[in-house]
Design a protein around this ligand. Structure first.
Ligand code: ATP
Ligand code: MG
Length: 415
């Protein structure tokens, strides 16, 4: 019996025309990020499991429930990366990139893996484009990174998105806030979900991120971090907001946003789209001023974000109703002798950057039907008569114009 395979649940194929859109989005990222001084970095998909435990944090959903981890043949604990920042920070420390002039700026793109319940906008293998900047604590860099993200999303074709911001404090002011949260949630502990009961002990900040309804109900009256920020954090956030105002970048303050990863300090942000339904976050990020030193590097303030490719392309596709990219020229090749002339003509046009399809088989009528279905721009007909006369018939399928042109001059039609 023959075997028939299907892709793993939550790890779907990406097919044309979506792949065209993915390229367009990646090109937009490369172009915009380059203007801001970011260079591409490629880190491996496999990393030691410990790397994510130590950065994202054991109380986070990712580490607690979503990691793809396994023991390899040498008994090492390995994970498929669930996100990009930890690997980039590891590389920054491992290769002493702090010795290069600051700031050091990197962007990355590639697949990430999380064992989540697959649904629209939520997969087990998904693709992120992200950026990381090392070496400055100045809020100007926060503003720059956010403005860059907005420029990228705009260039990629996204419309109608909004930015939410918060500051979650630093080593100085967060412990007191965590204490205040514990005092607040303590009397409600029995109402909270089992995850939040664990979070209460491990990291009460996490309770603010819980999506379970009864937990959201309890936290409605929870103390706000904005009331607990130290003077430095308050100044940092205030300057950032002023710069975004100066750039006329619209934002909403969300005083309960904490993000799902432990390594964030100060600025956190999320970009959401009104068009996505439940999974409406397209990009998210923040500052992580302590992570480089926690990985054994010198104290280096840093920040970054990651955008989800599937969610981005979903919205842009539905907004642009883009069809399959058809050939610009379809060459109908009729009869055995026409093949060489068809291939030659196609190659000459392709060398000029045209997207060309040759209709190798079938009657002229069926080939013309195929050209039409593919959404071709022009057809060129090469058959016995054309070979004899040395000139090819052509038709512009968009405006109906048609004519006959010498074989050697066909390329002039498409200049
Ligand atoms: P969410 O709250 O939607 O689970 P998150 O906080 O886990 O998001 P991040 O880790 O900040 O997400 O990742 C940044 C972006 O990556 C998200 O905004 C989203 O666009 C995308 N993303 C995250 N997880 C998935 C997933 N399982 N499938 C598809 N895209 C994802
Ligand atoms: Mg998540």
């Amino acid at each position: 019996m023959k075997a028939r395979f299907t892709a793993l649940k939550g790890a779907p194929d990406v097919l044309p025309p979506e792949t065209h859109l993915w390229s367009k989005i990646e090109n937009a990222a490369c172009e915009v990020f380059c203007a801001y001084g970011y260079d591409e970095i490629k880190t491996p998909i496999l990393e030691p499991a410990e790397l994510f435990l130590r950065s994202i944090g054991s109380s986070s959903d990712i580490v607690a429930k979503e990691m793809y981890s396994f023991t390899d043949k040498a008994d090492r604990s390995i994970s498929l990366r669930p996100e990009g920042t930890a690997g980039v920070v590891r590389a920054y420390v491992e290769h002493n990139l702090s010795l290069r002039p600051a700031p050091q700026k990197f962007f990355y793109r590639g697949p990430m893996f999380r064992y989540e319940r697959p649904q629209k906008g939520r997969q087990r293998q998904f693709y992120q484009i992200g950026a990381e900047c090392f070496g400055t604590a100045h809020p100007g860099m926060d503003a720059e990174l956010i403005v860059m993200l907005m420029a990228f999303l705009e260039k990629a074709g996204l419309r109608g998105f909004s930015l939410e911001l918060n500051s979650i404090g630093c080593r100085q002011c967060r412990p007191a806030f965590k204490q205040r949260l514990k005092e607040f949630f303590g009397p409600h502990l029995d109402v909270l979900c089992p995850d939040c009961q664990r979070r209460y002990e491990q990291n009460p900040l996490r309770i603010l991120d819980c999506k379970v309804e009864r937990c959201s109900a309890v936290r409605a009256g929870a103390p706000l971090i904005s009331e607990s920020l130290c003077e430095d954090c308050r100044m940092h956030f205030g300057t950032l907001l002023g710069l975004l105002d100066a750039m006329e970048t619209p934002y909403t303050l969300n005083p309960q946003m904490v993000r799902g990863l432990d390594y964030y300090t100060r600025t956190v942000f999320e970009v959401t789209s009104g068009q996505l339904g439940a999974q409406n976050a397209v990009a998210a990020g923040g500052r992580y001023d302590l992570l480089v030193s926690e990985f054994g590097g010198p104290e280096t303030p840093a920040l970054g974000f990651a955008a989800g490719m599937e969610r981005l392309s979903d919205i842009i596709l539905s907004a642009t109703a883009s069809g399959q990219a058809g050939p610009e020229v379809f060459i109908a090749s009729v009869g055995g002798e026409a093949a060489a002339a068809a291939l030659k003509t196609a190659s000459a046009l392709r060398a000029g950057g045209k997207r060309v399809e040759v209709g190798w088989e079938g009657s002229l009528k069926s080939q013309l039907r195929r050209a039409d279905k593919m959404g071709a721009g022009h057809v060129v007909i090469i058959g016995g008569d054309e070979l004899k006369s040395g000139s090819f018939k052509w038709k512009n399928l968009k405006n109906g114009e048609s004519g006959e042109t010498a074989a050697g001059e066909i390329f002039k039609l498409f200049i």
